[in-house]
Each structure stands twice: as structure tokens, then as C-alpha cells.
Design a binder for this molecule. Structure first.
Ligand code: G6P
Length: 614
């Protein structure tokens, strides 16, 4: 959470920083701020509660010149979102300014010590404490700034991605990270620093991913230098970015979320590209191959994840148990890490994360690793912290997901997990060859089936207009559709702020049924399959209590149509693959309801896309 950008070069920094901050707003949008050093050596800091556009309006007409600057968009942790708590923060002398993504956990004791030494603080943030500490060390130890940063970071407990600017040094930026991500772009006579590559991609494809406890010294006219906080020199490893600019722009859609929903035929295809060949029956999962025997002998699989990724994990539980006959437990990473779980060295842990930066998931991985388990990652962001912390993994290849509510990442995760489960089943011999072959064909047909569902957008929009004023909603599903019910409810509450709950359809009678009246829309997945008749009975129970039924059904099903207020037909597929298709109507429905209610679809209140705090 929080997005950071920095620029040092021969162009005006302000437009580059503002554009970069807008690209990073998915990481938090409680406040935004910027610091620029102009050619007269004056440091101008502008910060404002609210979005980057509000900062832009505030900075209008002010001095925004300078070829070196830093910017920040905040998701508040310490201190409420207001102008004062916004970044950048000054040191005591106001000669240094700093932006920060992360949390300094021992800030209170550091602050106490600094206060005793005469420091006064303007804000309630942990960030301000760190920049005061750096200056304090620099003055008292009579050190160069780079060394003072090193000494201070050795005293810090917590996570940080920081960039520091010194009013008296117009040619240098210091950047450092631990736990929070940081990328440095290397252009011709210019450097870019950012939380991810999106603010950098249009200027250069050459980037360095800073590792934990490294400090980058970015100096005008010099090559990038990196040292660890233990003062060891590191040779920067330059990667070539594969990301294209179009992937992070709206491409004619009103919102990123809608664009990402519509991208799913392609993103699901990309997540299986080069991995699946239905003609030869070949399934190539690069990351797994080395661990095939481990997977086959695994006593069980533990899946750790948060949010939508956790829902993908639930689908994977059904898949691995059904295809590969391995017991699976799906855990919220935040619970898992704090409850002394039993972990065996023969366990396989699958960590699922779109961003690859979620703090709780990272911590769960470290815990499982310390107990000797093998950790496998399913991440979307290439080179992310989780991708690097795992022993092996498979990327989802969904492309950048910018809308805060996850859509295409979910379907890509489920696709990859399906391929993984099938691959392990094949190796273990727990699946008949004919069924395996049939499933490969079915999976290949999924992008086309998603395309078919997207064609029903107008119908779904109409349904959305009927229920846009609802205060509550219930989502039901059984078997493979239960995780989709949870995901449907999450999508609705995240972006439209309607209270929604997802339930296994049969559990409804143990509680939620008490809520049903003529005001309550009940969204049900009632596709053909093993549980079909049972779900139909659940629909009858809702109707008997005058609830409204909106059902997702298999194309051609007239029975459910007869008892529902609205139906959305989806093409038939294998029961185990239904989530990949049935989630699409719920994504579109939430999107339209949120737009109709005037909500900020891409940046819902209080949420952030990359949750780097626990
Ligand atoms: C946040 C996002 C969700 C996401 C969850 C887990 O809550 O808003 O969309 O599902 O974090 O994130 P991850 O990047 O680990 O999948």
C-alpha cells in the first residue's frame, strides 16, 4: 500500500511524477504529495488529502519546476488521512524530505528517543520519525547521508520502501527497501524510482528490482550504485521489462475494471499458453516439473492466500482433491501465520497472490518455509516479493491488473491451479486418460465460453438496474460454485458498498434464510451438475419466502427460468471448470451496480490493491 515515485534527470520532474502517481493510485488514494528541488536550490513540498487530481489542482500556479523530485500516494496506516500526515515528510531541519511505503513498527520507541534529544514532530506518522532519525544520526555522527541512512535502517524494525532527497544535494536520490517493492528505471541520463514498473515503462525498459535491505544511490551523471545496509557493494542486475504501455492504459473503456473483465478471454488463454496441448495430451507446467515427486508424495497441500486469491484457493481445494486425491487445506494467510499451525516437511504450500506483495501471505510463506515445507507460488506480478520468496511457481500471465477489485487475476489463478491439479493427477495416475484428455479440450474452450457470457452484458446491466438500490444481497452456490458465491458477494460489497454475503446454498437454512423477504435479491449459481436438483430446492425455499432470484444457469435450462425472476445463461462446460465461466456475470453485475450508484469502481473507498501491511 502507498505508491512512491522518484525522478532524477534532465526533464521536468513534475509531469513525470504526477503521471506516475496516477498509475500507482491503485496502491492507495487517501492523500498525495510531491517534493521538488528547483534550480535555485529551493525545496517545494505540496501535499493534499485526497486523490492525485486534488494535489494537481492544489499545485496549479505554484512553483513546480525542478529536474529532481519525489512523490507519494498514501493508504493511511499511522495517522488519519489529512494534509499534515501526507508524504513527503521533512526532517527536523527541513533539509531532508522522504517518502515511504511500509510500516516502521518500532517508531514509538525511536520517537521517544528523538523527542528527548529535542526533535519535534508535525505529523502522527512513523515516516516522519525515520527521516528525523536519519538526520539525527547524520548530524551527531558527522556522517555522509548515505551512511546515515545505512545506520538508521539497521535500527528499524518493519517494512519500508523509501526515497530521500537532500535540499543541499541537487544531484542525488537515496532509495532503500525492505518488505515493500521498489523498481529503479535506468534511462539515458535519467533515473526513475517507483513501487512498480508502471510509472517507468514509457521511458525505459531497463530496470533494477531492488532487494530487501539494499540502498540505491542514484546520482546524476553516474552509474547506479547499490549497497546493502551492512555496507556491502552489490552489482546491479538490469532486467528488461516485458510490460507494454497499452497494458496499463484504459484502452477506450470507462474503467480499468471493465477493461479487465473484457480481457478475460485473452488473459485466460495467456495463462494456459505454451502449457497445454490438447492434441498431444501434453501439459507442461515448468515450475512444477522439478517438484513432481514432492507433489505426488505430498501428505497434503496447504493453500495460503487473502481476498479473491483465497477464493481461487478454495476452487483449487476441490480440484486437487478431485483430480489428484491429495487432501487440501485452504487458509487465510493472516490466520495461518499467527496460530502455530502444524506444518510437516512433506507438506506442499501453495501461496496465491495477484500482486505477490501481500504482507500476510509473505509472512505465512516464511513460517511454512521455516518448518521445511516446499513452497509453490501462483503470482501475477513477475519478480514480486512472493514470486521470489517461494521455491518454485507458475505465473498467471494475466497482465497488469489495475482495478482494485480483482477480476482477470481470479480467472487466471483458477486456470493455472486447474492445470497444476491436472498435471499432478496425471503424474500420480489418479485420473483416467480419457477424462484427462476430455478436460484438456474443455479447458481450451473456456476463453470462447467467457466470450459468450460477455455478450450478455446488456442483459446483466438491466438486471443491475433493477437491484441497484438493494441494501443487502445473498449469493449462493454449491460445490465448485460455492467459492464463486463468495467471490460474487465480495465483488459487490467491495465496489458498490452493498452488504453482501456468500453462502453454500444448503447452509442458507442455518441462518441467512431468516433475512429473506421481498426486498432481498438472492444470486444463485444453478448450473447443471451433481448438485443441480439440490440447488433447485434451495431456490424454491427462497421463493417460498418471497426472495428475488437471479440465477446463472446452463444454456437451455428452462426449469430454473420458470422459478426465477431473472436468469443469465452460460455455456455448458465440465462441472469442475464452471467457476471460470460463472464468475463473469457476477463481475459484470457488480460493476454496473457500482457505476449506477455513482461509486468509484476502480478505487473503492478504504481499499488498496496491494496490501503490504498486516
Ligand atoms: C486486496 C485486494 C484484493 C486481493 C487481496 C489479496 O484486498 O483489493 O483484490 O484479492 O488484496 O491480494 P493478492 O495480491 O495477494 O492477491
Amino acid at each position: 500500500m502507498c505508491g512512491i515515485v522518484g525522478y532524477l534527470g534532465n526533464k521536468e520532474a513534475y509531469p513525470i511524477l504526477i503521471k506516475g502517481l496516477k498509475r500507482l493510485e491503485y496502491r492507495g488514494y487517501d492523500s498525495a504529495g510531491i517534493a521538488l528541488l528547483n534550480k535555485n536550490g529551493e525545496l517545494n513540498v505540496y501535499k493534499k488529502k485526497g486523490k492525485v487530481s486534488e494535489l494537481e489542482a492544489f499545485a496549479k500556479g505554484k512553483d513546480i519546476t525542478g529536474t529532481m523530485g519525489i512523490g507519494h500516494t498514501r493508504w493511511a496506516t499511522h495517522g488519519e488521512p489529512n494534509d499534515v500526515n501526507s508524504h513527503p515528510h521533512y526532517s527536523q531541519s527541513k533539509n531532508l524530505v522522504m517518502i515511504h511505503n511500509g510500516i516502521i513498527e518500532n517508531y514509538a520507541s525511536l520517537k521517544e528517543g528523538l523527542t528527548k534529544r529535542g526533535h519535534t514532530f508535525m505529523s502522527q506518522t512513523d515516516t516522519e520519525v525515520l527521516i528525523h532519525l536519519i538526520e539525527d544520526i547524520r548530524q551527531h555522527e558527522n556522517m555522509k547521508l548515505g551512511h546515515a541512512v545505512m545506520v538508521a535502517l539497521n535500527q528499524v524494525i518493519g517494512a519500508y520502501a523509501i526515497v530521500i532527497m537532500d535540499k543541499n544535494d541537487p544531484d542525488t536520490l537515496f532509495a532503500a527497501k525492505k518488505g515493500s517493492p521498489m523498481v529503479i528505471g535506468i534511462g539515458k541520463d535519467e533515473y526513475f524510482i517507483a513501487s512498480d514498473a508502471s510509472p517507468i515503462v514509457e521511458y525505459t525498459k531497463n530496470v533494477v528490482y531492488l532487494e530487501d535491505e539494499q540502498i540505491a544511490i542514484v546520482r546524476r551523471g553516474e552509474e547506479l550504485k547499490i549497497r546493502t545496509i551492512k555496507d556491502k557493494e552489490i552489482t546491479p542486475y538490469i532486467h528488461e521489462l516485458e510490460m507494454e504501455l497499452e497494458a496499463i492504459e484504459k484502452g477506450g473503456y470507462d474503467h480499468f475494471m471493465l477493461k479487465e473483465i473484457y480481457e478475460q478471454p485473452r488473459s485466460v488463454f495467456d495463462s494456459m499458453r505454451g502449457r497445454l496441448n490438447s492434441e498431444t495430451g501434453h501439459l507442461k507446467m515448468g515450475g512444477i516439473e522439478e517438484y513432481e515427486t514432492k507433489f505426488s508424495n505430498a501428505r497434503r497441500i496447504l493453500i495460503v492466500a487473502c481476498g479473491t486469491s483465497w477464493h481461487a484457493g478454495l476452487v483449487a481445494e476441490y480440484l486437487f482433491e478431485e483430480y489428484a486425491r491429495i487432501p487440501v487445506e485452504v487458509e487465510y494467510a493472516s490466520e495461518f501465520r499467527y496460530r502455530n499451525p502444524v506444518i510437516y516437511p512433506e507438506d506442499i504450500v501453495i501461496a496465491i497472490s495477484q500482486s505477490g506483495e501481500t504482507a500476510d501471505t509473505l509472512a505465512a510463506i516464511e513460517l511454512a518455509k521455516s518448518k521445511g515445507a516446499t513452497i509453490f507460488g501462483v503470482c501475477n506480478v513477475v519478480g514480486s516479493s512472493i514470486a521470489r520468496a517461494t521455491h518454485a511457481g507458475s505465473y498467471t500471465h494475466a497482465g497488469p491488473e489495475i482495478g482494485v477489485a480483482s477480476t482477470k487475476a481470479f480467472t487466471a489463478q483458477v486456470t493455472v491451479l486447474t492445470l497444476m491439479a491436472l498435471h499432478v493427477a496425471k503424474v500420480k495416475g489418479t485420473i483416467a486418460e480419457s477424462r484427462y484428455r476430455q478436460l484438456l479440450y474443455e479447458i481450451e474452450a473456456i476463453p470462447q465460453k467467457i466470450e459468450e457470457v460477455l455478450k450478455q452484458n446488456e442483459l446483466i446491466k438491466k438486471i443491475a438496474s433493477t437491484y441497484q438500490h438493494a441494501s443487502n444481497a445473498l449469493y449462493l452456490g454449491r460445490g465448485y460454485s460455492f467459492p464463486v458465491a463468495l467471490e460474487g458477494a465480495l465483488k459487490l460489497k467491495e465496489i458498490s458498498y452493498i452488504h453482501a454475503e456468500g453462502y453454500p446454498a444448503a447452509e442458507m437454512k442455518h441462518g441467512p434464510i431468516a433475512l429473506i423477504d421481498e426486498e432481498m435479491p438472492v444470486f444463485v449459481i444453478a448450473t447443471k451438475g451433481a448438485n443441480y436438483e439440490k440447488v433447485v430446492s434451495n431456490i424454491q425455499e427462497v421463493k417460498a419466502r418471497k426472495g428475488k432470484i437471479i440465477a446463472v444457469v446452463t444454456a437451455g435450462d428452462h426449469d430454473v427460468k420458470g422459478m426465477s425472476d431473472h436468469v443469465i445463461e452460460i455455456p455448458e462446460t465440465d462441472e469442475t471448470l464452471v467457476p471460470l465461466v460463472s464468475v463473469i456475470p457476477w463481475q459484470l453485475l457488480s460493476y454496473h451496480i457500482a457505476v449506477m450508484r455513482g461509486c468509484n469502481v476502480d478505487q473503492p473507498r478504504n481499499l488498496a490493491k496491494s496490501v503490504t501491511v498486516e
